[in-house]
Design a protein around this ligand. Sequence first.
Ligand SMILES: Cc1ncc(COP(=O)(O)O)c(C=O)c1O
Length: 407
Amino acid sequence: MSLTRRSLFQTTLAVPAALAAQAPADEPYWNMVAKQFPLAEKLIYLNAANVCPASHPVMDRHLAFLRDFHGNPSFQNRDKYVEMRESLRAKAAKMLRVSANEIAVTRNTSEGSNLVVKGIDLKEGDEVIVTSHNHPSNLDSWNVRARRDRFTVKTVSTPVLPGSADALTAGIEKAITPRTRVIAITHLTSTTGVLYPAKAIAELARRRGIWMHLDGAQTFGALDVDLSSIDCDSYATSAHKWLMGPLEAGLLFVRDRRIAELWPAVVTAGWAEDLKGARKFEVYGQRDDPRVVALEASLDFVNTIGMRNVEARMRALATRAKTQLAALGGVELKTNHEAELSGGVVKFKLSDIATKTVYGKLWERHRIATASTLSGDSEGIRFSPHIYNLPGQIDAAVAAVRELTKA
Ligand SMILES: Cc1ncc(COP(=O)(O)O)c(C=O)c1O
C-alpha cells in the first residue's frame, strides 16, 4: 500500500514526540536522546565532524520512503515527492532564517561549494580570498578553476589558536584589494575547530560588493546558525554531519539578490530558465527522492529537541572534553575554549607519542572512534562529540588519553 505523507509522518515520529514532552536540561532526558541512535554499545563515537549516525526515527522514515518508492515507482505515486521537497525546503529555510526560495537541495557541502566556485563569473585579474584551513572543496576547487580562468586565489593563514575574533576578521580585511570578488571561508574549521566571525567578515564583503561564501559543514545542525544575521551570499552544508540526516544529502543557500548572478553547473531535464530561486541549482537528473525527503525527518528530529538545546548540549560535551584534556600533562590543546571562537571540533596533540599511535590505540584498546591529522600545524587527534554522546563517554575517552600519556 502506498503511503501518504501524513501517514509516514504519524507512524515514524512517535519516539521524538516523547522527547518534546520533557525538559532537555537533565541527564535522563539526554540518556533518552542517546537511546534514539543505533550506535553499537561498546563504541565511543567521537567523529561527528566527519559523519553522524542517523537516529532510529530518521532511518525508519527513510526506509518507509524507500519501500514506498520501490513498491510503486509510478509517476502517480512519486508525485508527492514534489510537495515533500517543498516542505523540506520550507523547514530548512526556517531553521536557517532565510526564505525557501533561497535554498537548493544538494548532495553535500562539496557539491554546494563547487556550485558556487563554478557558477560565479570571474576573469583574469580578479581575486578570490580563501583560508589555509578551508576544506579542499572550498580551496582546491578555487585553485583548479583559477588555473583555467586565470584569476588569483589569495590564501590567508588560519591561526591554530586565534587570539580573538577581531584578529580573524583583520586577517581577512588585510587581504582585500579593489580586485577582490569573492571571500570564501569556513564557518568552523574541521582542522582545529576555529569558529570564524562570519557576520563581521560578511559585513566587510557586503560593503565592497564582494561575494561571501561560507562553508557550513561543521555548523549546520551543530550551532543555531542564523543566516539572516550573518548575511553572507552563500552557505553550503551537508545533512550527514551534525544534522544526523541521511548520507549524501545537503543544502545550498544562495542569497536572493545573488541568485541571478550564479550560473547553474548542471542543466538537464527539469531545468528551466524560470525555475524559482535556488531551485535551479538542484536539477541533476533523477534524484533519490526518499533520501532527499528523509532530510526533512532529520530537521524534525532536531526541531523536536530544539536547535538551541542541541547546540548547548553539544557545547557542554565539547567543553567537558577541552577542560579535561587541557588539564593533562603532555597534551597540547589546539582548540580555543571561548564559545565565540569554537564549536564541536576539539583538537589536541600528545607531545611524546606519535599521533598515528594515539589514534590506533584509542581504537584498538577502547573502541574510541576519532579522526586524526598526521602532519602540519593541525596535527593531532580530533574529538567531535554530539548529542548521542554521554558525559561518561567523554570522561572515558579522556581517561584513555591520560593512560597513553603515562605509558
Ligand atoms: C569544513 C568542511 N567542508 C566540507 C566538507 C565536505 O563535506 P562533504 O563530504 O559532506 O561534502 C567537510 C567534510 O568533512 C568539512 O569538514
